[in-house]
Structure formats: structure tokens, C-alpha cells
Design a protein around this ligand. Sequence first.
Ligand SMILES: Cc1ncc(COP(=O)(O)O)c(C=O)c1O
Length: 400
Amino acid sequence: MTFLSATLDRVKPSPTIAVTTKAAELKAAGRDVIGLGAGEPDFDTPQNIKDAAIAAINAGKTKYTAVDGIPELKQAICAKFARDNGLTYSPAQVSVGTGGKQVLYNAFMATLNASDEVIIPAPYWVSYPDMVLLAGGTPVTVEATLEANFKITAEQLEAAITPKTKWFLFNSPSNPTGAGYSWDELKALTDVLLRHPHVWVMTDDMYEHLAYDDFAFCTPAQVEPQLYDRTLTVNGVSKAYAMTGWRIGYAAGPEALIKAMRKVQSQSTSNPCSVSQWAAVEALNGTQDFLAPNNEIFTRRRDLVVEMLNQAPGIVCPKPEGAFYVYPSIAECIGKTSAGGALIENDEAFATALLEEKGVAVVFGAAFGLSPNFRVSYATSDEALKEACQRIIDFCNALK
Ligand SMILES: Cc1ncc(COP(=O)(O)O)c(C=O)c1O
């Protein structure tokens, strides 16, 4: 339709939302469907955070606020960066938006010109390339293979950098693989960036607190302080605090960049929800005691899913360091035919047949830029996970 913007031709709607919608449709039609597509914890928002929001409503904190965040929240964010990451920021270096998604989008809108390149390790969170395209830039993907534990190497990063590279986008622990870079692995990448002063780092630390076993989270400006002046550190309350619907994300970085991002936000959405900002103050300043028990639950579920999926013929499922996803390979299933007669020619066909024949909704790997794989979100009950994994095993056992 010519009425629509040409820019829109370059982007696609979110495939993760498409899977969730299709699963909901089947469920509504009476089918027994287990959804492993959603990227959000199944836990409720902690009570102290809800109480802070209710108190904010009752106190009349229901009006417009400063465009990129109330001073109390900016202070809480500065304290969080100091406490968790050893990073010193002033409130003027902090931006708060309607979810990490808006903050990332603001940053691209504020910085990208036509022909600017953004290096994105693949598999990636589905929104990264499309956000870059919407902002007029060019995504450049670098493949992080299963054999490399879904992490890119210094050599790959070096080879991807050109004079047009503006940003290196980093995400650890990762959506969709759960892979987390150790200090040494990240240092190898930051060493490359030191040699290329025109490249800035945008790090998406959304899954910082969802780290298991002995994995120690680290972030680029912490690992290499010389990158501090060209790093935007993005984070949010959605995942760790089970606050996806509240829509609060934030970033810290050089003041001039933060100011430019504020300009973008001021002409689009203005401030994020005032009540949610007060809830986020409590999330960051209040007790963090629920993080450890939640992580115990996630660790148990991860182990269960990895163990069961590796029993399915044709599936190889590595055990990741964090987040709540696994990203198994189905290379050995390609070319086979399902019990229902579907030819598994790629991972999309696998996911479609699995949903139609076994009622298990997963997101196919092509959506994340690395195939043939699929993503499982294990942010759901142990019972549902066991049943879903058994159905996946049965599905694979029947492949011919
Ligand atoms: C890697 C990553 N970054 C950012 C986001 C956005 O989070 P929100 O906008 O809910 O803060 C998500 C959500 O799925 C994500 O997986």
C-alpha cells in the first residue's frame, strides 16, 4: 500500500509476538497448547514494589514527570550502577524510558545516519536489526555458532568493523541463547574496540540478574574503563523484577548522548508512566532478597529442559549461563518428515509442525538470525516444561 512509509517495507513484525498470538488462537479454539514462546517471567511482581506503586497513586503522583525520569529514580539507577557494576554515573548521565526497548530505540534514533553500520552478534534479540533499520542504519550480523557456545570471538569482531561502524551491540546473558560472556571473553572484545576509537558500545544488560551456577555477570565499561566515554549501558526492571508490564527501562552513558535521547523521547512519548517510575525506585532501592530464590527456580528449570531436550533424537541443547532461554540445534532433524506428514525443511517448518501436531509453541531460529534452531523460554511451571519437553521428545522420535 503506497500510503505507508517505505521505511516500513524494511522491517518485519515481531515473530515472537506472532508465535504467542498463534498459540493463543489455538488455545481459544479449544486445543491443548503449551506456550514456550513468551519472554517474561511467570512470577508476580514482588509485593513491596506493588505497594510502592499504590502509595504513589494515593499520593497523587499521577502527573507528567520530567521527560526522561524523576530525580528519585535517576538517583536509584546511579546507586544501582555503583553497587552492582562498579560504575559511577551522575543523574545527568541517566535516561529512563518506557522499557529497555524504547531506550535502545531512542539511542539508535539519536545517533544513526544513513549508511551507519551497527554490528549485532547473531542469534540476536528479534528487535535489534529492525530498530536499526527503522532508524535508518544498516545492521551487520556476526554469527555466534553453537560450537562457539553462541559467543563471537575477537577475530570476528575485528573483521566486522569498517569505517562506517557506529555501534557494537552487545547482549549478555543473551536472548535467545542464554549465553553469558565471562570477564576474559568480554575483555577480548573490548581490546578490539580499544583499537577502533570510532566504534561505540551499546550493551543490553537486561538479563544481568538472571545468571546461574558460578557465572559472574560483567559489562563492557566495567571490564574496560577506557570505553566508559563511548559506552551506553542499557538495563531495566522488566525481567529480574518480573515487571514486564510496568514498562520501565533505563540507560547510562555520556551526557551529550543522554541529552540527544531525551530530545527523541520528548517528541514521541514524553515521560514513562509516573506510577511505574515510583515502583522502579522501590525495585532498585528495596530488598533484592527474592532474586536468589527466583534464580534457584530458573536454574532447576534450565537443567530440566536441557536434560530432557538432549534426549530427543536430532536435538542438541547446550546449557547456558543465564536468562531464561535455551536455543537447541535441530540440524539432525532437517529433511525428515513428521508423523503428521510435514516435511521439516527448516526450523520454521519444525516449529509449525510441533505446534500443530503436539501443541507446543516455540519460536523458530530464523527469527533470531541463526538456524536451524528454536528458542524455548523456560519461564513457566516445571509441570508445563516437563510435559512440553516430553511432547518434543515424542515429536522427534516420530520423525522419519
Ligand atoms: C535482550 C532484551 N533486551 C531488551 C528487552 C526489552 O525489555 P523491556 O522493553 O521490557 O524493558 C528484551 C525483552 O524481551 C530483551 O529480551
